[in-house]
Write a new protein. Sequence first.
Length: 429
Amino acid sequence: MNEPQTGLPDLAAALRLFDETTGALAAQVQRLESLLSARTRELVEANARLTAANRELAERLAQLDRLTAWLDLVLGSVASGVVAVDPLGVVTTCNPAAAAALSKVLADPVGAHWATAFPGSPLLEVLRDGRPRRYERTVPGPGGKRILACSAAPVRAEPAAPGASPVGSTLLGAVEIFEDVTELRRLHDHLEREDRLRQLGAMAAGVAHEVRNPLNGIQGFASLLLHDLAGNDPDSLRRRRWAEAIGAGVRDLDRTVGDLLTFTRARAPDRRPTIPGDLARAVCDLVRAEAPPQVALTLADRWQGGEVALDPGQIRQVLLNLVQNAVHAVAEARSDQGGEGGPGRVVVTADQALAEDGGLRLRLTIDDDGPGIAPELRQHLFTPFHSTRSQGTGLGLAIAHTLIAGHGGAISVEDGPLGGARFTVTLPA
């Protein structure tokens, strides 16, 4: 018998090991392929879900853009001013109407702090206590001060639970909505004034008629006394002075009665083509002839619009009253100062101005360097029997207001560039 060989590899065992290893590797590859396939399916599904989410997000962003554009169009179309601020009071939204109304206070509203332009504003109070408010604000505008009626409310996050109270929810900021009520307020004040003046006018007309008849009698008796007191003895001279004083007082009263009747019977203007500069020059020449030497009266004629259809008699009466008032105010101020500081100044200017509707207006301004008129007195300045002069009747400016209103114009008073008062008359051209 042959004995088995020693030291040679067991080929059969090696083959078996190879087969087992190959099978294990094949099984492992199969498992890896299965795992890869599962992971691939998961990635495909996740990618599909992500693609759908991206599509939905893109659609929502597009909807948000459309909604934002729509809101911008809405805010741009709204005549009311809309301003929103964040919790720190920084402006985040300002529609065109608000930007236009606030342009002289906030040139670039978005990003600006509200307290910079309006310290102590009720809108900032809304941020502090979360309570809605209604109030008014005055801002400078192209035609002077504008009155804004404002309403402010907090902006809060929606409560977590439906129907829950918003109190305690997160405060996101505040919003203010305002309307320009300047013209409405002016119309309301004008109607109130017209009603008061109508009642006052009816009463004054009756009083004027009742007073004028006795005045005529007193004037006649005073004239008879002067005729009878023709002697030159001291007693006759003294009595003549008394009679002359009576006559002068009656004439003053008669002028006042005449002003009353003029005020209560304001007639429609008799419009005729008139050159404003010539009219103002004639008034200045008349006043200058009687003005005291401590007052310098000058005219600046800058009107370039040619003839204007107006009632020259009525506008002359208005200008005469305004210029005489200015001269008297400056003269009294210079007398109180003992003549120091040189002559006082009164400047009458005729020029043009643009109305809010873009139309041309004739503007007549009377500036002086007198003491001016206190703001608290200005609202009553055109009311009958209200006068800032001890010798005034309080009817001159009331009549001027009535005559200018009859022309469709306006008259106003403010602080002037010379340090005193400025009266401005604007008339349609």
